[in-house]
Design a protein around this ligand. Sequence first.
Ligand code: NAD
Length: 500
Amino acid sequence: MPQHSPDPTPPAAGAHVPLLRNYVGGQWIETETRFDDINPVDGSVVAQVCEAGQAVVDHAVAAAKTAMAGAWGRTTAEARAQALRRIADGIERRFDAFVAAEIADTGKDAAHARTIDIPRAIANFRAFADQVATAHGDCFESTTPDGLGALNYTINKPLGVVGIISPWNLPLLLLTWKVAPALACGNAVIAKPSEETPYSATLLAEVIDEIGLPPGTFNLVHGFGPNSAGGFLSTHDGVDAITFTGASATGTAIMRAAAQTVKPISFELGGKNASLIFADADFEEAVTGTLRSAFSNCGQVCLCTERVYVERPIFEKFVQALRQRTEQIRIGSPYEQGVTMGPLISAEHRAKVLSYFDLAVAEGARVVTGGNVPTFGDERDRGYFVAPTIWTGLSDNARCMQEEIFGPVCHITPFDTEEDAVKAANGTRYGLATALWTSNLKRAHRLAPRMETGIVWVNTWFLRDLRTPFGGVKLSGVGREGGRHSLAFYSEPTNICIKL
Ligand code: NAD
């Protein structure tokens, strides 16, 4: 069994670069085509990754089907719940290795990986173990013309082979958010993590290998999108359902591919989220909450706030308070003490974010703070850092106010009335999350249902109970996952009607 656990400190120059392999049918599969896993802090190579081509994906589908036809397809919900708990324990046992892998791949600040990414991955397995162990079906007694009646009951069967395609921003958290319920419902899984962040997914395959799920129950294929593992998976006839987290444009491509075989899909896509801050809000809480919601994970969370609307009487005070707090953010390597913001994920993504920095100025934005690339005078200058940035002065129809940027940047706009605020918040093609900041309970209840988003937070942000529905409307997604909503997606109900 390979042990590729990275050390929690940065790899020394010239250190051995591990090879991350595909995991198919309980075997580690090497391929000749390889790509580099890059550390965005300094552009160094973290690992070499074996890309899965069509043959490896075909192999994974065949292995998954074999698992479904064999022992895994006959497990009880309780046995699957126990397997999930053992996976959670396995991640916990190698907690530091998972944290190090996540940091090496993303450059994210260590506290984020330690307190959010890896604990949430563990929680995903435990939460869906509990969900499936306590799930119940429908049962109805029906009347019949002869008066004897009939009994209807519903059983939930697995969908079969589920393809899971995930992004790089919260790599293990988002992958396991789908792996856990898919396995809980008795499916076999083929997971395709982002090409930018293959490391923690490989460690997950190692954990699953250690606990000994039947071969083919969990398969891992590495690679890119079109003409690579992602494309081959989403177009494969043998894959029964696709669940995807990523950009809205990719969702469109996958939806088109999945339509060929009418596969069920579940999509968690992009966002252009708004916060509405009313003058009656707890000011300090609203500033701290907005700082987090705009800049957590270097702004690379689908739920991050990129549009902040502040009631006019407190607008100037709010802009200055957020600017001050933003300028205190310490940017740098996750291995340095006190750093709370790392780099963006890649050179390509930084080029995209910087193009929005230029566009904002061209569109008439005032740069309150940031808008530049910080320099360090050492190897971090080879990394993909940008300064956390605040703009004011853009109109709601500016491209920077309509398109997802996915970096550490927000725009602040004043508003005068509740109606104006609601209209502005709902004025994009996205619909993932809104945060309302107010101490007026009636206002919170009045406005929350009017938000055209799948999630509304009041006086908080990113607070998640895994039993609640998660997902977006409009360009932000299709379907809901979380709690029983996940069980509904990952299983196929069959009604059995017995004439009495
Ligand atoms: P992406 O869409 O570029 O890639 C996501 C995954 O899809 C990767 O594994 C990639 O290899 C794969 N892929 C790309 N093209 C494909 C294709 N044609 N067929 C099959 N697979 C394909 O997204 P990203 O850049 O990795 O992630 C950032 C995006 O994800 C942002 O838009 C963000 O808002 C979104 N996101 C949404 C949520 C949510 O829950 N709504 C959570 C996190 C991220």
